[in-house]
Design a protein around this ligand. Structure first.
Ligand SMILES: C[S@@+](CC[C@H](N)C(=O)[O-])C[C@H]1O[C@@H](n2cnc3c(N)ncnc32)[C@H](O)[C@@H]1O
Length: 325
């Protein structure tokens, strides 16, 4: 079954078959996907303190013995449909992580980051440590421009109350993001939080880009993509999850969360990232010596030089260190 709605194309189909039949080579900018975990007799739910009555039926699991072949096949399709410079984020638990890593390493895709997503309400245990993280494997297809909006959410000069860079903290590779529990609302088992999906899309895509999810589950990726004005294509093999997802998409308004997203504040220094000329270098050193001689504190010197040279604090400090080397 196929539904075209709100800038999205939705297929009730096996992902590999669907990609082969409907998605041309290099037709997708960004893939965000959370494949089935291949954990037979998934016991996660009994550890979570939640009412299973609200969990949607129909999740299709992949037998553990087939997980390696299954993973290799869908990653081959992902590699084919991504445009050069296109990117993929794969969410995985640790049980079958090695299959995913091995298929990614056999592909031409290159590793950008291995992100750890730490969530609340880990699987409760008493005889070992509590497991409360997933892996997010961030890869890209070589050969084209990779979209990475470094100031997608925080300006490079934005600081928290303790003076630490908000941009740096937001771009560290351990993400602490809570799962969303909305009591009384029907949802897919293991639905990804929209905050996490929004963060990925803000950094790695632009309005109008084509985002894909090969395993849609509760259509969380589709929802966030449509609400951020991206186009979308996705697959879900379960007909009950698919029907529920289509009902959800009918309620969405394209672009509706653009105004809610976190935007950078503060201006990026005008010369940040530009090469230093010899004259500029000499001038910096001269001004630095004068301010030191005038008894200024180091932090005030750096702030002043940063403003007068249109450079970030780190750039100024690096140049001053070079002078001393
Ligand atoms: C971990 S869930 C995805 C959850 C989703 N990210 C969300 O936020 O709701 C994996 C989904 O893949 C579906 N699935 C399993 N095998 C599939 C296949 N071969 N093709 C497409 N979907 C499949 C399952 O039914 C399940 O809904």
């Amino acid at each position: 079954m196929y539904v075209h709605l709100n800038g999205g194309e939705f297929y009730n189909l096996d992902a590999v078959e669907g990609c082969r039949r409907y998605l041309p080579d290099q037709s997708v900018d960004l893939i965000i996907t959370d494949p089935p975990y291949g954990i037979e007799g998934d016991t996660l739910d009994k550890h979570y303190n939640r009412d299973e009555g609200w969990v949607l039926e129909g999740y299709v699991e992949v037998p553990a013995a087939e997980y390696g072949v299954f993973t290799k096949e869908w990653i081959e399709q992902a590699e084919r449909i991504l445009r050069p410079g296109g990117q993929m984020y794969v969410v995985s638990g640790y049980t079958n992580l090695y299959h995913i890593l091995s298929a990614l390493r056999e592909s031409s895709l290159i590793e950008i980051n291995h992100i750890i997503w730490k969530y609340n309400f880990g699987v409760y245990t008493t005889r070992k440590f509590v497991s409360s993280h997933y892996h997010i494997l961030y890869y890209a297809k070589p050969g084209g421009d990779r979209t990475f909006n470094v100031e997608a959410r925080y300006g490079l000069t934005e600081k928290d109350v303790r003076g630490r860079s908000l941009n740096y903290q937001d771009r560290e590779d351990v993400w602490v993001i809570n799962r969303e529990y909305q009591p009384g609302k029907r949802k897919n088992k293991n639905a990804l939080p929209s905050t996490l999906l929004m963060k990925i899309m803000q950094y790695s895509s632009r309005e109008g880009d084509r985002v894909a999810d090969l395993f849609m589950g509760g259509f969380s990726t589709a929802k966030v993509a449509i609400e951020l004005n991206r186009t979308f294509v996705g697959f879900e093999i379960s007909s009950s999850l698919f029907s529920h997802g289509v009902e959800l998409v009918k309620t969405l308004a394209p672009g509706s969360s653009l105004s809610e997203r976190r935007r950078p504040r503060g201006k990026r220094p005008v010369n940040q990232g530009k090469r230093w000329s010899e004259a500029e270098r000499r001038c910096l050193q001269k001004q630095y010596r004068q301010l030191v001689a005038a008894g200024w504190l180091k932090k005030d010197i750096v702030a002043t030089l940063s403003a007068s040279f249109g450079r970030g604090r780190f750039g100024i400090e690096r140049m001053l260190r070079q002078r001393n080397d």
